[in-house]
Design a protein around this ligand. Sequence first.
Ligand SMILES: [Fe+2]
Ligand SMILES: [Fe+2]
Length: 152
Amino acid sequence: MRFVWDDRLKTGNFEVDDQHKQIVALIGRMSAQEKKQSDPMELQKLFDALHLYAHTHFATEQALVYQANLTETSLWFNHQGAHDYYMKRIQEFREDLERKDERALFRIVAFLKYWWVEHICNEDQLLVEVLNDKATHEAAKTEPERSVRVQS
Ligand SMILES: [Fe+2]
Ligand SMILES: [Fe+2]
């Protein structure tokens, strides 16, 4: 089965969803390469590109949490823990690759497919929900102020 974007992965945040789509596309390309049993160098290149992109993506989520002033919450603490775990696993896979472990890339693809779907469908969707709730709450607090201004 091809690994492709599915609406069940949607969080509702345009920027986050757009980045998730790029990530899913990269993993999909890795998965397709794996099935063709093609050049391990190509897989390695895709892996490196995904690693860089994951950094950018985690920074985007962090910036959204900072903007919402939610950094000191258990939600973000746990979420960051999940991102840190991901980076640690990727580092371990890198070490496997350096040891010329030929099966490492195939284990990586299996891990990536599992981790990203689980993380998006659980932690990321919850994070965006909380960010949206916070934004709605903040907007409601300023609402009476606005109507007073409109009346004057
Ligand atoms: Fe994410
Ligand atoms: Fe995340």
